[in-house]
Design a protein around this ligand. Sequence first.
Ligand SMILES: O=C[C@H](O)COP(=O)(O)O
Length: 371
Amino acid sequence: MTKLLASVTGPAEAEIALSGGADIIDLKDPAEGALGAVTPEILAATIDVVAGRRPVSAVAGDLPMQPDVVLGEVKARRAADFVKVGLFPASRAERLSVISALAEIAREIRLVAVFFADGDPDFTLLGPLAAAGFHGAMIDTIGKGGASKAAGGLLAHLTIGALAGFVRTARDLGLMTGLAGSLEAPDIPRLLVLRPDYLGFRGALTAGARGDALDETKVRRIAGLLGAGGTPFEAQDPGAPTAAAPTPIDEAARDRIFVRDLVLDMEIGAYGHERGRRQKVRFSVDARIARIATTADDIAEVYSYDLITDAIRALVEAGHTDLVETLALDLARTILSDRRVFEVSVRVEKLELGPAAVGIEIRRRRADFFG
Ligand SMILES: O=C[C@H](O)COP(=O)(O)O
């Protein structure tokens, strides 16, 4: 299950984060920048208060990409369970020099590299990070609050497809994965689809601005959304299938979320002439969900069509697919992995093969994939 990383300023906020249900206590000074570090003394005091109840991570600071500087700051925080090291904008050679300098301590200190979605992220560095012995890799944003908040968080800078590629590659390399960057409640179900090891929050957990104190109610709400797998409606779904035999659909208890006629260019087809080029494919998806409560006005509580378009785009960006059948099944499986969705129809049409659109339409229920 995807865990909640909560960035706190010290022992007092660590207690609030723990009471609210955070899984990882992450030390950070928001006044000092995206990865503003707390002092080793505050780190020690927080580790004392947390007392092993949860892992404690610490950021090394907003640092220049100079090996000696980074190495020194990381070593000063070796008491933490994880130390997060930012890969700030710099040349590839400079970033690589920092990564290889850290290899000497990667056996004794669990290192997590932080890419910045708005800071020239270079995911080809995932291989060198794994080779250097890093424990994990995550994405965050440098811009926080104010004007940059208006510019949006993580999803304003990287597509779901790019994030899916990051999580997949990092996981294949054996790295723990995390995503963060001015995340808000509605982002949670969209990112849970990617199954990162954790999502990181600060701004969404405070009473107001990012520098304000942590608010336990807000931590609890975000923890609840993560713990529910982004599926707060599950308990209200009276007709959720539990056995292999399909239950009859109670039409009155269902609502419908749809995406119609989304046309994207993608690599698809089993013929030689279809390889190495993109062609237009039209997607239409109709998802049956538990009836939405008449009081629901919070996007975080409602299954969103964003989840459908995200799933389509992630599959399209994942690379060549031979068959529309495979594509339709993968899409149906992804959409039904959200427990709020009871049944889905997926239509995939290739638009450039002849005078007519050709393709497939399938209808599946949760029990078809998940028993
Ligand atoms: O590591 C996670 C960050 O502290 C996230 O902070 P933010 O949600 O304010 O961008």
